[in-house]
Design a protein around this ligand. Sequence first.
Ligand SMILES: [Fe+2]
Ligand SMILES: [Fe+2]
Length: 336
Amino acid sequence: MSAAKADVPEGLNEEYYQINTDILGSFNKFRPPLDLFLLKEDVVRLKPYYRVGGRLTTEQTEELPDLTREGVIFVSRKDHAVYVKHISYQLDLVLIDKNLHEREIADIFTQALTRRLEEFLDQPVKPVFEKLYTDLMVLTEYLIVDIHRVRALMRRMHKEHTLAGHCFNCGVAGLALYGFIYANNFEEGGVKRTLFDRLTMGLFLHDMGMTKVPKFIVNKPTPLTTDERNKILQHPMHGVEMLAKLDIKYPELEQCVMQHHERLNGSGYPQKRRGDDLSAIGRLCALVDSWCAMTTKRVYAEAMDPQEAARALIADNGYDTSLAQQLQVMLLDRKK
Ligand SMILES: [Fe+2]
Ligand SMILES: [Fe+2]
């Protein structure tokens, strides 16, 4: 139907965008949360159609879907924050809105996924997991088409440490690194969706067991007692128990949860696995997890420079050196 759509006058897209019928349909019918504008084609000008605080008339609600289909209903990019928030509650809308810029989509994903992670980590039960899962699947659908899109998300990683923020950061950085290493496979359509979905879940959920560690221990700025440290050391096990309780059985997810603190030289925990005993996904998650922790401000340490952190990981024989080197190259490449 796009042929019937009104031509968007030049320059208009900078300040306004055509709204999509599905998104319009997701708003309150009489009181949309943002201003609407109507394109007067004869004078090629936008005219206010509805203002927030008012109410659409019944006639307007009847004609609005047709006008939207014709492409003459616009919203202002000034209302971006309202729009982002709205779509973030119904994330699948990002896949159908062709008017959003990549950076706007990245804002929406960041807001939606961080909130879903907060909700799940706060209340790790199946119905809350399902919502997070649905949104993660929207993300994988969006990224598998063009893995380079993950870069806009990387620029939105959280700077301050929170558990949900850290999980988001690891998810994004892990997918970016995976995408960087396997860029050709993505381009040739050779990346299996199932694996990509499960890897995504693993990276975003690797620390779910931390919800069982009392908050005062996690946020303690002074050195931990042996007892407190033991509680932290159990979080991979807690994570695996939570997966069993939630009846989630994806090996890639379990590998991330269980192995992200293991080290190739056997110095990690909880099982002191070493070398080949660690899965490729577990190694990736371990590297990304440490890099994200090092480059974020925490209660006990300032944030490290991303490159410096990558160099430290290359030099550490607990990590997969070639993966750490790829991370370094990716970061250099990102600066270009
Ligand atoms: Fe952890
Ligand atoms: Fe972590």
